[in-house]
Design a protein around this ligand. Structure first.
Ligand code: 7TS
Length: 421
């Protein structure tokens, strides 16, 4: 069944604006009341809500298609395999990968980065080598590299940021040397909302023959991703942040890298033949997909990406920029509010502090008003340290949010100030 808005939005409209009311009807959870108040869900950087078409796809999988993949001659196994592999092709098209076998299913961005750190790391990173990340990374793109560097005796180098939360890209050229083995960089920061100049980073890196991994956990739901145009070597994202299910994610890798890397985990499906003397590995993408995969997650993710494509990522980005501009003005002008992260290129994230009020108190009072934001370090403790704050309050937007909800947030913040002022 096609979502109503897909049909409406597919038709040429007098204005190219999104029909937000129609879109909101696709997300049953948005009708929820929390503490007797209408839910205002502004924690989309943590996870997005799911449209009915995704919920239906998961239900349909378990009621009509459930079977294991790649191993049965029977009807259901062939059907589940077709659906699972069909999802891979949908993802390939969504990120414009050259080949579907360059799309590896993982259980999220975190696993994708760990896979590269473990597999690429084992093959290509040795004692004395260097890996470059940035000062605005999520812990998922710090800790795996620290673990690798510790294990092999390599060095982690950090591209600094300025007080707006922008990458000091001019420093990068001088950081790259003959021992640099990889640059791993966030595409869109979850703590600051900064969109990094990733194409420039990739061009600089490639001029030194250094590959680049992009952490697209946030970017994939807000920006059009074209891995061939970017020419990135690896790209990771999570299904649950792009209106898909939890427990499914994607690692894109250029064939030439994936072919040259050893498997990440051993087990079923990733082998070609096994004997006690010698095991040979399966071809891509299966070499990196040991064990029974998250079949309904992959199918649900494919449907979620179809849904986003139906609306149009460019239109989503345009509307979300409008929301962020509005929120920056309305929330940023409240006395006592300090915005953390004011990069020129930003999307969908508004991190802030309130003078003399702890972000957890902000989050708790807003919750009583039915408003869901995140308060904390956002798994980016080095960012908090750089801005000299223990935590921030963070409102993060999706295309189903409205300016009215931002007004409700502003009223909630006024209430916080009244309570603690
Ligand atoms: N990288 C970035 C930039 C992220 O924002 C996140 C999750 C991850 C990696 C890890 O994604 P996962 O799906 O594997 O967990 N970020 C957040 C957040 O901002 N609030 O909750 C999770």
């Amino acid at each position: 069944m096609q979502a109503q808005h897909e049909i409406e939005n597919a038709m040429p409209a007098a204005s190219d604006k999104l029909n937000i009311e129609s879109i909101r009807r696709d997300f049953p959870i948005l009708n929820l009341k929390v503490h007797g108040r209408q839910l205002v869900y502004l924690d989309n950087a943590a996870t997005t809500q799911k449209p009915q078409v995704v919920l239906d796809a998961i239900q349909r999988y378990y009621t009509e298609q459930n079977s294991n993949v790649h191993r049965g001659v029977h009807y259901l196994s062939q059907l589940a395999t077709r659906e699972y592999e069909g999802a891979r092709v949908k993802i390939q098209r969504f990120i414009n990968a050259a080949e579907s076998h360059e799309v590896i299913f993982t259980h999220g961005a975190t696993e994708g980065i760990n896979l590269i750190a473990s597999s690429y790391g084992r093959k290509f990173v040795h004692e004395g080598d260097e890996v470059i990340i940035s000062a605005m990374e999520h812990h998922s793109n710090i800790v795996p590299w620290q673990m690798l560097c510790e294990q092999v005796g390599a060095k982690l180098r950090i591209i600094p940021i300025n007080e707006k939360g922008e990458l000091l890209i001019d420093d990068l050229e001088a950081m790259i040397n003959a021992r640099t083995r990889l640059i791993a960089l966030v595409h869109l920061s979850n703590a600051l909302g900064t969109i990094n100049p990733v194409k420039r980073v990739i061009d600089i890196a490639h001029s030194h023959d250094v590959p680049v991994l992009l952490d697209g956990a946030q970017a994939t739901s807000h920006l059009k991703i074209d891995v061939q145009e970017l020419d990135c070597d690896f790209y990771v994202f999570s299904g649950h942040k792009v209106c898909g299910p939890t427990g499914i994610g994607v690692l894109y890798g250029k064939s030439q890298w994936l072919e040259s890397m050893p498997p990440f985990m051993g087990g079923g499906d990733m082998i070609s033949s096994v004997s006690f003397e010698k095991t040979t590995y399966n071809s891509l993408p299966y070499k990196f997909e040991a064990g029974t995969p998250n079949i309904e997650g992959a199918i649900g993710l494919g449907v979620a990406l179809d849904y986003l494509t139906g609306i149009g990522i460019d239109r989503i980005a345009e509307y979300e920029n409008e929301l962020l501009d509005y929120a920056t003005e309305v929330i940023g002008s409240i006395p006592g509010v300090k915005l953390i992260g004011t990069a020129r290129e930003k999307s969908s994230v508004l991190s802030f502090t309130l003078e003399n009020i702890h972000p957890h108190d902000i989050g708790t009072i807003l919750d009583q008003e039915g408003i869901a934001i995140r308060a904390g370090h956002h798994c980016a403790q080095p960012v908090m340290k750089f801005f000299n704050v223990p935590a921030t309050a963070r409102a993060s937007f999706s295309f189903y949010n409205t300016k009215q909800e931002i007004d409700t947030l502003a009223e909630g913040i006024q209430r916080v100030i009244e309570v603690f002022g």
